[in-house]
Design a protein around this ligand. Structure first.
Ligand SMILES: Nc1ncnc2c1ncn2[C@@H]1O[C@H](COP(=O)(O)OP(=O)(O)OP(=O)(O)O)[C@@H](O)[C@H]1O
Ligand SMILES: [Mg+2]
Length: 305
C-alpha cells in the first residue's frame, strides 16, 4: 500500500464498459477487461502444491457402480468446481472425499497420505482437515441447538480451543461469516436459510480445515443471498488459503468462483482444466451442451467470446 493510500481519496478512473476504479496505483496494474470474467488469480504459471489427490475412484451403491475411473487433484488455496448434470455423481464423489460414503475403490490422499474410506476410520487430524458444507442448511443444523453450542462442538472435538477461549473463537467465527455476536444465543431454528448457511460455513471453519467440500451450498437459497455467500467464500479462500471442492450444476456460478473445473458425465470425468479455458473453448460435446443450457454463458460462447 502506498503512503498516500491512507490519506488521499483517489479520484475515479474510467476502465470502460461502465466500470471504474479508485486506486492511486491503477496505472501500475496490467490491463484488465471487465468482460473477461476470468478469476483474477488463475495463474497458469503459479506452482500448484497438490493437497488432495484422487486416483482411479470407482464408487458403488450396492450392486450399481455410479462413478468410474475418476482421477483428480486439488491444489492448496485452489477452488475446483465439479460440474455435471443431475445424477452425474458430483455428490457421490464429494461424499467419498469427505468420508461419508465408504463403498469405493481407488485412492484418495491428503498431502500424499492415503485416507481410509470412511471418516470414522480416519484420524482425528484427517477429519479436521476436510470439512463438508451441505446443500441444505435446514437439514444440516439441529434447529434446537444454539449457534454457540453448534460452534463450540468442533472447537472441542478437534482440540482447537476450550473454555473462555472457545467462546471468543465462536464469536470471531460468526464475525468472519458476517453475523453479529447476538446470533450466538439464538437457536438455529430461528434463523433464515442464508443465516443458517453462514453458520454451517462457520462451523466448518471452526475446525481450521485445509479443504472445504461444498456441495451445492447455495442452491437452496435465494439468488440475492447466493451472491453474498459466494463473496464470503472468496474472502475465506483469500484470507485463509483454504482449498475448496465446489460442487454445482450452475456453470455461471462455477465461472465466477472456480480456478479449475472438472466436468462429470455419467460418473466419468469428460473434461478438466482451467475454468475460463473450458468455458471459452469447450472441447467435448457434453460440455458444449451444458454451456448451451446456461443462458449467461451460451450468449458469450455463440458470440465467439
Ligand atoms: N444412496 C443412494 N443409493 C443408491 N443410488 C444412489 C444413492 N445416491 C445416489 N445414487 C445414484 O448415484 C448416481 C449419482 O448420484 P449423485 O447424487 O452423486 O449425483 P449428483 O451429480 O450429485 O446429482 P444432483 O445434481 O441431482 O445432486 C445417481 O444415479 C443416483 O441415482
Ligand atoms: Mg448432488
Amino acid at each position: 500500500m502506498a503512503e498516500e493510500c491512507t490519506t488521499i481519496d483517489p479520484p475515479p478512473v474510467d476502465l470502460g464498459n461502465g466500470h471504474e476504479a479508485r486506486c492511486l496505483r491503477i496505472a501500475e496494474l496490467p490491463p484488465w477487461d471487465p468482460d473477461d470474467r476470468v478469476v483474477a488469480d488463475t495463474a497458469p504459471d503459479r506452482v500448484r502444491e497438490p493437497l488432495l489427490s484422487v486416483s482411479d475412484l470407482e464408487v458403488s451403491y450396492g450392486r450399481s457402480t455410479v462413478v468410474r475411473d475418476v482421477s483428480l487433484d486439488l491444489a492448496r488455496s485452489e477452488i475446483v468446481a465439479l460440474v455435471g448434470e443431475s445424477g452425474s455423481g458430483k455428490t457421490t464423489i464429494s461424499r467419498c472425499v469427505g468420508g461419508l460414503h465408504g463403498d469405493w475403490r481407488g485412492r484418495i490422499s491428503l498431502d500424499g497420505v492415503e485416507l481410509a474410506p470412511t471418516a470414522r476410520a480416519r484420524t482425528v487430524e484427517q477429519r479436521k482437515r476436510i470439512q463438508y458444507v451441505f446443500q441444505n442448511p435446514y437439514q444440516s443444523l439441529n434447529p434446537r441447538r444454539t449457534i454457540e453450542q453448534i460452534l463450540l462442538r468442533p472447537l472441542a472435538l478437534f482440540g482447537v480451543a476450550r473454555g473462555r477461549q472457545a467462546r471468543d473463537r465462536a464469536a470471531a467465527l460468526l464475525e468472519s461469516v458476517q453475523l453479529g455476536p447476538g446470533v450466538l444465543s439464538m437457536r438455529a431454528g430461528g434463523l433464515s436459510g442464508g443465516e443458517r448457511q453462514r453458520v454451517a460455513i462457520a462451523r466448518a471453519l471452526a475446525a481450521e480445515p485445509d479443504l472445504l467440500v461444498c456441495d451445492e451450498i447455495t442452491s437452496a437459497l435465494d439468488v440475492s443471498i447466493q451472491a453474498s455467500i459466494i463473496d464470503l467464500l472468496e474472502g475465506i479462500k483469500r484470507e485463509r488459503g483454504i482449498s475448496m471442492l465446489f460442487v454445482t450444476h450452475d456453470l455461471a456460478l462455477a465461472r465466477s468462483v472456480a480456478d479449475r473445473m472438472l466436468v462429470l458425465q455419467h460418473g466419468r470425468l469428460v473434461e478438466t482444466g482451467l475454468t475460463a479455458q473450458i468455458l471459452d473453448h469447450p472441447q467435448g460435446p457434453y460440455t458444449q451442451e451444458l454451456i448451451s443450457h446456461t443462458p449467461q454463458l451460451a450468449a458469450a460462447f455463440s458470440d465467439g467470446g
